[in-house]
Design a protein around this ligand. Structure first.
Ligand code: NAD
Ligand code: UDP
Length: 334
């Protein structure tokens, strides 16, 4: 497809989802400015792009104003793993709230379209299942997850107030659990934890009973959805659920990862973290209708590709050959 060349800012572009998004946008021929403070992101994630004349990397914390000239902004800056966002909860809230104000202010000044990476966490521990966008959620405002959940909820409020008050063109994506290559190996999220543990023959740490559910979307599908949302008509503001409606329990996930890695790891039960949502599954009817989108990567396929990635990473760290055979990684740089 022929795309108009645009100047696009991706905050949090050195992170897991952000780096895949930057790759996609550069491959489409756009000029991409990645702004990241490297709290959880790394230069390694965007290493293949650093030589491209269409890609620019800027160390910047979104809690401070940014003065650049762009046509579109994807605001992804924010740690996403509970371990990381609870490390400095005050900074997490500032990143969501001040970050949103700064990116909305920038969008207003340069008349850019702006997309917010919101989250299924705005639904908290949901009383409605599967979650539709009309559900207002069940969030603890003072718990250990609140810095993230309430920060993201406040960011959504700001996006809609800027839209109503200043006619800004906004897009709010409620992203459900996303996984794939370049997740941080130590970020504590379930897919990276289980795969790293399985590949090292360590016990698989299932929190609580393992009966709690999540629905996992492969990162390529998520990037496709984010780009489609940005390109949708101005009347499509969201909030719109983006995720994979295939729901699994953590015990099922652990067992599948053990099978796919051929690991001899056993399952070890640990206490459930506070406020851990018991069920989560998106209703993606709106995304189907407005974006013509639904995920196309089955869980097994996505897990295989993620296992290959972590196996290569471990092999590098341990100075050995990877056990799984990686497919060629094709990075197209326009
Ligand atoms: P990630 O931690 O890999 O990426 C976040 C990026 O933001 C990192 O590169 C980090 O260094 C950067 N960052 C953090 N604070 C910053 C700040 N103050 N200024 C500038 N950069 C900052 O996480 P991810 O999984 O890629 O998530 C990306 C976005 O998507 C986040 O906003 C997250 O809340 C949202 N999201 C992700 C998921 C998921 O399952 N991965 C689910 C829901 C929502
Ligand atoms: N979880 C687990 N073992 C782990 C890490 C996480 O059982 O080693 C569980 C966690 O309690 C939660 C689910 O997996 O129920 C998803 O956790 P994650 O941190 O990946 O994301 P979130 O809770 O934000 O959806």
């Amino acid at each position: 497809m022929q795309h108009l060349r645009k100047r696009i800012l991706v905050t949090g572009g050195a992170g897991f989802i952000g780096s895949h998004l930057c790759e996609r946008l550069v491959a489409e021929g756009h000029d991409v400015l990645c702004a990241d403070n490297f709290f959880t992101g790394t230069r390694d994630n965007i290493a293949p792009l650093l030589n491209s004349p269409r890609f620019e990397l800027m160390r910047h914390d979104v809690t401070f104003p940014l003065f650049v000239e762009v046509d579109e902004i994807y605001n992804l800056a924010c740690p996403a793993s509970p371990v990381h966002y609870q490390f400095d909860p005050v900074q997490t809230t500032k990143t969501s709230v001040h970050g949103a104000i700064n990116m909305l202010g920038l969008a207003k000044r340069v008349k850019a379209k702006v997309l917010q990476a919101s989250t299924s966490e705005v639904y908290g521990d949901p009383a409605v299942h599967p979650q539709t966008e009309s559900y207002w959620g069940n969030v603890n405002p003072i718990g250990v997850r609140s810095c993230y959940d309430e920060g993201k909820r406040c960011a959504e409020t700001l996006f809609f107030d800027y839209h109503r008050q200043h006619r800004l063109r906004i897009k709010v994506a409620r992203i459900f659990n996303t996984y794939g290559p370049r997740m941080h190996p130590n970020d504590g999220r379930v897919v990276s934890n289980f795969i790293m543990q399985a590949l090292q023959g360590l016990p698989i740490t299932v929190y609580g009973t393992g009966g709690q559910s999540r629905s996992f979307c492969f990162v390529d599908d998520m990037v496709e959805a984010l780009v489609r949302l940005m390109e949708s008509g101005d009347d499509v503001t969201g909030p719109i659920n983006l995720g994979n409606p295939h729901e699994v329990t953590m015990l099922q996930l652990a067992q599948r990862i053990i099978e796919l890695t051929g690991s001899r790891s056993t399952i070890e039960y640990r206490p459930a973290p506070p406020d851990d949502p018991s069920r989560r599954c998106p209703d993606i009817s709106l995304a189907r209708e407005h974006l013509g989108w639904q995920p196309s990567t089955a869980l097994d396929m996505g897990l295989r590709r993620t296992i290959e990635y972590f196996d290569r990473l471990l092999a590098q760290m341990e100075g050995r050959e990877p056990v799984t055979r990686p497919k060629a990684q094709v990075v197209r740089i326009a």
